[in-house]
Design a protein around this ligand. Sequence first.
Ligand code: PMP
Length: 309
Amino acid sequence: MQEAEKIWMNGSLVDWHDAKVHVLSHGLHYGSSVFEGIRAYDAEQGTAVFRLEDHLRRLERSAAQYFMEIPYGVEDMRQAVHSVISSNGLGACYIRPIVLRGYGVMGLFPLDAPVDVSIAAWFWGAYLGEDGLKNGIDAKIASWRRIGNNTIPPTAKAGGQYLNSILAKIETHKGGYAEAIMLNEQGMVADGSGENIFVVKDGLITTPPVSAAILKGITRDSIMEIARAEGYEVVERDISRAELYDADEVFVTGTAAEVCPIRSVDDHVIGPPGPITRRLQQVFADVIHGRDPRWAHWLDYVTAATPAG
Ligand code: PMP
């Protein structure tokens, strides 16, 4: 991990190495934390955070699912994200706000524990590798099922639920695959370990619905909107594993992974990145870099670009 200098903790900026929590923090023992993954890009007009307010609203909703009250409003958090980026002198970076039940009580009833909020930012390149973005990755369906709708809320981005993704990720990594795809309790396609999934067949784009126990990704939402504006039909419906093997194109989306082609699933070759995946990657790159005025409203500028020369 590429360290930066300062981390925002409960309202103030502290040195990177002083951003510590107590070992008896509730969130550490029981996974009672919620977090976000956000990216800022070097857009043409300056450093811009992609869909910052939408991420912070999802953070609030994740917290609410666990009856956690974040002691800062969305606008406070937005300002804090800006200050973390500018005080660290960062351009393109990954931003990680985390809200956790802190130190003070033990046991499973959590409502008396304090709620601590931190925001860190650092440089983080392509999550699935530059080569993966260009040529596609090999994925495998994990034997672990994605957490069910009646296990914990899959739509909340909570720390504890990632144990599920971690098991899937380790299993498929050990098998030599770059990413895990998880089926839900019904055996239908849900998510990658940290991404949403899309299938292209005969020009139609499909993606699992929210009821399939997915995380409602902000990149997923962006790609659906972009694809429709580009004239493609996008349908949210349950997808079977065999449909992945038989697809013309498969790709995953996520803040960390961006838009990443899948070239094989369970050793069934789908092929090199197809034309629709390529087109969506291209428009997405234009959007995040401020080159597409149709989605200028998704960029929250932190610093203005320095004029060349
Ligand atoms: N599904 C899961 C399980 C994830 O962890 C993520 C990453 N947050 C996503 C989908 C993609 O969500 P987003 O596009 O908002 O990053």
